[in-house]
Ligand binder design. Structure first.
Ligand SMILES: Cc1cc2nc3c(=O)[nH]c(=O)nc-3n(C[C@H](O)[C@H](O)[C@H](O)COP(=O)(O)OP(=O)(O)OC[C@H]3O[C@@H](n4cnc5c(N)ncnc54)[C@H](O)[C@@H]3O)c2cc1C
Length: 476
């Protein structure tokens, strides 16, 4: 390769300058053209509304950083290979570098592209950047993929020794010939109707927001993580999920920040284990790509899911009459994120109390979560439905009242997201239908008017769910 021909760095789910191996390697060799191509239909699932909003903000922030270092971010839309070849033609680039992604459709597109680009005379190089380990690198002694988390993570920990994060390049040399670029708004990632006010308040997409969340977490929440990570009313988790999903921060950066925090036994801490679940999700998606749409456990194909548009809508809008479920669903709608405990409680309510297909839930999350991630969302929904790898047994049915009393004992979380109930004393906050009418009156709660009665009875719903489970255990 001539030292004067620039290298295209194709940015995807690695929207950062620090610890970016593709960018780092390219910058060492000369001029670099950082390129982002919007090609939503090349994805396994086109990103939802909340993800698109995030992507817009993240690209804006990355664009500013690329400008500051010397080589503007080039934005294109269309078929990736065609756009990259066109950028190469406009700049004289003969090499394309990127960081690998393991989502099934993207991985096969990338493999086909390598063939195609090499045949056309390009040099290509890809790097591991967004996972601690290559999901293909871990297998059982029998050479099979893992389907149980604990041995998977044990095997990973034996191999894991991520190198220190790479620094931000001091500069990015721009090519002599600058290629055409779209302006960010031409991608139409933001909705014309602005429904993102809550997301704007809750998040700062981009690497500064990611670094800030990591700093706040290690300083103020890491020590108490084990005790507080299940309390939705407390900021007890890192809130790094959207930043990790878009690659604004790498898991290696997070790993090293935790190592440097001085926490005892940090490598075996609950927080690092959660990063392990992220790796496990990618491992499963890589080995069982059909699970995006189908249960891993085949008997669940026979599960008698209910179709009930009214119930589905009540769940989506946070109007089920179960305050904890409603608070979670409203948090999701308003902020694009939901606490993990709430994802479990609200998810369980959909698939068990309402017996609505987990795919309806996964679709809704896909559209509304700012951290919507194919691997983690698929794992989460199959886990909660009992139909996936290492899943919670289907017969374990969360009682939303007990969950509320345990994890939101004073009702602060419910009061924040369900203001109709804010005057209700803690004793009744998770079961307003049991409150004496004088209490309801004093609290200005009018059940069936300003807050719904439960749309299903817990006991009846539980029994119906268990009967449905029995039905799939019969021979088909
Ligand atoms: C039904 C359901 C759907 C889910 N959908 C998604 C999704 O689309 N995207 C997503 O990132 N997570 C998803 N999760 C996992 C989890 O809820 C979120 O990762 C977590 O709530 C993010 O908050 P945090 O960054 O504060 O997490 P922390 O507790 O601070 O954890 C640190 C990081 O570890 C990873 N992590 C934590 N828990 C899990 C987990 N159970 N599975 C995989 N990775 C995990 C995340 O990257 C997270 O940012 C889902 C869980 C369920 C039950």
């Amino acid at each position: 390769m001539s030292s004067t021909s620039p290298i295209i760095v194709w940015l995807r789910y690695d929207l950062r300058l620090a610890d970016n191996p593709a960018l780092h390697a390219a910058c060492k060799l000369g001029a670099v053209v950082p390129v982002f191509v919007l090609a939503s239909d090349e994805e396994d699932l086109p990103p939802g509304g909340a993800s698109n909003w995030w992507l817009h903000q993240s690209l804006k922030s990355l664009g500013r950083q690329c400008n500051a270092l010397g080589s503007p971010l080039i934005i294109r839309q269309g078929e990736s290979i065609g756009e990259l070849q066109q950028v190469a033609k406009e700049t004289g680039a003969t090499a394309i570098y990127w960081n690998r992604s393991f989502n099934p459709k993207i991985a096969s597109r990338d493999a086909a592209m390598v063939e195609n680009l090499r045949t056309s005379g390009f040099k290509t190089q890809s790097f591991r950047a967004n996972l601690l380990l290559d999901p293909r690198a871990i297998e059982t002694q029998q050479g099979r993929p893992y389907t149980v988390f604990t041995p998977f993570w044990k095997a990973c920990l034996k191999q894991l020794n991520p190198p220190p994060p790479l620094p931000i390049p001091t500069s990015i040399i721009r090519p002599d010939k600058q290629p055409d670029t779209l302006r960010l708004h031409e991608l139409h990632l933001e909705h014309q109707v602005d429904w993102t006010v809550g997301m704007r308040r809750a998040w700062a997409p981009g690497t500064s927001g990611a670094n800030l969340n990591l700093k706040l977490f290690t300083r103020y929440a890491l020590q108490e993580y084990d005790h507080q990570r299940d309390l939705p009313g407390v900021v007890g988790t890192s809130r790094l999920s959207p930043h990790l999903h878009f690659g604004e921060i790498s898991p290696q950066q997070v790993w090293h920040a935790i190592a440097e925090s001085g926490a005892a036994e940090w490598k075996h801490s609950q927080f690092i284990t959660e990063l392990g679940w992220r790796e496990f999700a990618q491992h499963l998606l890589h080995h069982f790509p059909h699970t995006i749409n189908e249960p891993l456990r085949a008997p669940f194909n026979r599960f008698p899911w209910q179709k009930n548009a009214g119930h589905l809508q009540a769940w989506q809008k946070g109007c089920t009459g179960y305050p904890l479920v409603d608070a979670g669903m409203r948090e999701l709608w308003a902020s694009g994120w939901m606490h993990n405990r709430m994802r479990m409680v609200a998810g369980s309510f959909l698939v068990k109390h309402l017996r609505i297909d987990w795919r309806e839930g996964a679709n809704w999350f896909w559209d509304t979560l700012v951290d919507a991630d194919l691997a983690s969302n698929t794992l989460g929904w199959q886990w909660i439905s009992g139909c996936g790898a290492d899943a919670a047994p289907y017969f374990r049915i969360f009682n939303p009242v007990i969950q509320g009393e345990k994890f939101d004992p004073h009702g602060d979380y419910v009061r924040r997201w369900v203001p109709e109930l804010k005057k209700l004393p803690p004793k009744w906050i998770h079961k307003p239908w049991t409150a004496p009418s004088i209490v309801l009156q004093d609290s200005r709660v009018r059940l069936g008017e300003n807050y719904p009665m439960p749309i299903v009875d817990h006991k009846e719903a539980r029994n119906a769910a268990l009967d449905a489970l029995k039905s799939i255990k019969q021979p088909a």
